[in-house]
Write a protein that binds this ligand. Structure first.
Ligand SMILES: Nc1ncnc2c1ncn2[C@@H]1O[C@H](COP(=O)(O)OP(=O)(O)OP(=O)(O)O)[C@@H](O)[C@H]1O
Ligand SMILES: [Mg+2]
Length: 335
């Protein structure tokens, strides 16, 4: 039932490379040669349909980046696409996605800035930087006047990939912001100088829907929502959508949902598959075709302080994030 609905939706979408198998042509095959058809049904839908139950679209190879970068680029190139990675649920893969999507976009030649917007500083740690040893963080860029961008940006050692770090100092920012004028737009103002220097800016939000997350949404062009493929993950999405809608109405009309990303997917379990199907039934094409499978390699890469893209460059997890980067570029044509 569910699968048929998705096939129906897929037919109406012009970008799919592989035409979906309709229930009708599967039935015909069964009538003509039962054994062959059974074998085909076992292998075929799985190979042609992606894990979300829809045919996988042909994603274009990303083109070259759009122009000069750094100081030379100021005023000469279109502004960065700013994307916030949000979910108020903890441990769903926000930081992992920021690191690996960022590294993949950098590999495709985009100049990428990652913003650690969480006092837990997992993004900073995940890139091999000790948060206790950084002097200037996103806190200073937001809360102190006249801190130049260059004072807070760290070169990650990966080509095209920079970081604005965070540390525990940032934990007090939410309280301090309450007394600020235009308190929801402090991050947007702080990132203004970065927008003309980068192609993509990814903001790693903390697991909450508080004022800091509202700041991230107010600064962003788009939101990516990573969701662990398990039942409880679905429960908070409506609440998050409500916050996104309010920010779009009241603060940032350009804000769009770039996509919902299934993470920690285990295709061997019925539960994982059902959660993904439910997500697609409710959210349709907002759900990325790319799904990130569960693998211990992500934790190993974090311990090594590297993106999986660099730590295990030809692993399935690294390839999944490269594919996600292609999908994101296809959905954000300005990036
Ligand atoms: N696809 C995956 N397979 C297995 N483990 C993963 C996967 N993605 C992330 N992890 C691991 O799950 C843990 C949580 O991931 P991550 O820190 O990215 O989540 P988060 O949403 O940023 O969490 P928080 O809300 O606390 O900031 C980490 O240990 C990470 O290495
Ligand atoms: Mg995180």
């Amino acid at each position: 039932m569910c699968r048929q609905t998705e096939k129906g939706r897929a037919v109406s979408e012009p970008t799919f490379a592989v035409p979906p198998k309709t229930p009708a042509n599967l039935r015909v095959a069964t009538k003509q040669a039962p054994r062959a058809a059974a074998a085909e049904q076992a292998a075929d839908p799985v190979s042609e349909l992606g894990p979300t139950g829809r045919p996988f679209p042909a994603l274009p190879e990303p083109g070259p980046r759009r122009g000069p970068v750094g100081e030379a680029a100021v005023g000469q190139r279109s502004p960065a696409t700013v994307i916030a990675l949000c979910n108020q649920k903890g441990g769903v893969g926000k930081t992992t996605t920021v690191i690996n999507l960022g590294a993949s976009l950098a590999e495709f030649g985009r100049k990428v800035l990652l913003v650690d917007f969480d006092p837990q500083a997992s993004l900073t740690v995940g890139l091999g930087i000790n948060p206790n040893e950084v002097d200037s963080t996103i806190y200073h860029l937001m809360m102190e006047r006249d801190v130049p961008l260059d004072d807070v940006v760290i070169d990650t050692g990966i080509e095209n990939l920079d970081l604005i770090p965070s540390n525990i100092d940032f934990a007090g920012a939410e309280m301090q912001l309450i007394n600020e004028v235009a308190r929801e737009q402090v991050l947007a103002r702080a990132l203004e100088p970065a927008v003309s220097r980068y192609d993509v800016i990814l903001i790693d939000c903390q697991p909450s829907l508080g004022l800091l997350t509202v700041n991230a949404l107010a600064a962003a062009d788009g939101v990516i929502v990573p969701l662990e493929c398990e039942y409880f993950a679905l429960r908070g999405v409506a609440l998050l959508k409500g916050t996104i809608d309010k920010v779009q109405d009241r603060l940032n009309p350009k804000l769009q949902i770039v996509g919902l990303l299934g993470t920690m997917y285990d295709g061997r379990t019925v539960h994982s598959r059902e959660v993904l199907q439910t997500l697609v039934s409710g959210w349709g094409d907002a759900v990325f075709h790319t799904v990130i499978r569960r693998t211990v390699k992500f934790s190993e890469a974090t311990v090594a302080g590297e993106p999986l893209i660099a730590y295990a460059t030809s692993s399935a997890g690294a390839d999944a994030y490269r594919q996600l980067a292609k999908e994101v570029l296809a959905r954000c044509p300005g990036a």
